[in-house]
Design a protein around this ligand. Structure first.
Ligand code: PEP
Ligand code: MG
Length: 331
């Protein structure tokens, strides 16, 4: 079985009816980069940069961040690397940012609804600019995309785009090695309001990455860290699926790339449904790649789309789950 999965590594992910699916890896540590290429990832769909700020008492400077990011970009050897800017705040913490977080989060009653991710970055220009400069410089070594976490409005994207353009020009004036163009700037769709406004966001974003983990948490108002409500956490809730479907539709209409990078992307049980929605880009833990690919090879996209429409007519997550298991049996 393991050998069979390994042999799949160099097989392109193409459905039985010939649709190409791009399979990317999520990274949370630099050493995972090797696992990503070993597992046959066609690029990095989500590089979580939080690890750079963890297990240390000071904040890494631009140079340190550049070293780490350029290592990943070089290792990926021409394959795209999607770098997500810092997603800290709320309950995601990092010791090195202690003082900064005290200022912004402090005694917030609902930290998950407070200063987190892009909200923190926009309030800490020095921190944000160092990270963005490191990303821009790493982009000189291969295709890089910038991904923004916890976006809610097009205004935030425009604000970031202005900052990125200004930094790019500044670095260029200094003669720093840069890519020919400013990298694409995409947004995580992981807040229900962002999903419902996906058509507006698609006008300012170069691509979407759907974060189904937070999208599920915020849609259902379930704190995943709270065991007492964990049993209610369910990405198959029709509300979550409708938001995902709406987001994918908006991206397809605006002709911008859309990927899914939450846990469901790496769960073969969801593969027919996600492809049925029109998704052709999935990003997951390197360990999950082979099994998802195996599922894709047997799939027919017209059939998946038909079944996805059936699923969307069901309002009960238990019955949706049963229907997905049914699809599994048929493939
Ligand atoms: C998500 O929310 O689905 C996601 C991919 O981001 P993270 O799990 O890092 O919050
Ligand atoms: Mg998230």
């Amino acid at each position: 079985e393991t050998v069979k999965l390994q042999r799949l590594r160099d097989v392109p992910a193409i459905t039985a009816d010939g649709a190409k699916v791009t399979l990317l890896a999520n990274l949370e540590l630099v050493r995972d980069t090797k696992h990503a290429t070993e597992a046959g990832a066609e690029g990095i769909g989500l590089l979580r940069t939080e690890f750079m700020f963890m297990n240390r008492s000071d904040v890494p400077n631009e140079e340190e961040q550049y070293e780490i990011l350029s290592t990943v970009v070089k290792h990926m050897d021409g394959r795209p690397v999607t770098v997500r800017t810092l997603d800290i705040g709320g309950e995601k913490l990092a010791y090195s940012l202690g003082a900064i977080l005290d200022d912004h989060v402090g005694d917030a009653v609902n930290p998950a609804l407070g200063v987190r991710a892009i909200r923190l970055s926009l309030r800490e220009p020095k921190l944000f600019e160092a990270q963005l400069c490191a990303i821009l410089r790493a982009a000189a070594h291969g295709p890089v995309r910038i991904l923004l976490p916890m976006i809610t409005t097009p205004g935030e994207v425009k604000q970031v785009r202005d900052i990125v353009t200004r930094l790019w020009l500044r670095l260029q004036r200094r003669g720093v090695d840069l890519p020919d163009e400013v990298p694409p700037i995409g947004v995580m769709i992981e807040i229900p309001g962002a999903a419902l406004a996906a058509d507006a966001l698609a006008q300012t974003a170069d691509f979407f990455a759907i974060g189904s983990n937070d999208l599920t948490m915020y849609t259902l108002a379930i704190d995943r860290a709270d065991e007492r409500v964990a049993h209610l956490y369910n990405p198959l809730h029709p509300a979550v699926l409708r938001l995902i479907e709406f987001t994918v539709q908006a991206a397809l209409r605006a002709r911008i790339p859309v990927s899914i990078c939450g846990e469901i992307a790496g769960d073969p049980r969801f593969t027919p449904l996600l492809l049925g929605f029109g998704v052709r880009e999935l990003s997951m833990s390197p360990m999950a790649l082979a099994r998802v690919k195996q599922r894709i090879l047997k799939l027919d996209t017209a059939d998946a789309a038909r079944r996805a429409r059936l699923v969307m007519e069901i309002a009960d997550s238990g019955r949706i789950a049963a229907l997905l298991d049914d699809m599994d049996g048929l493939a």
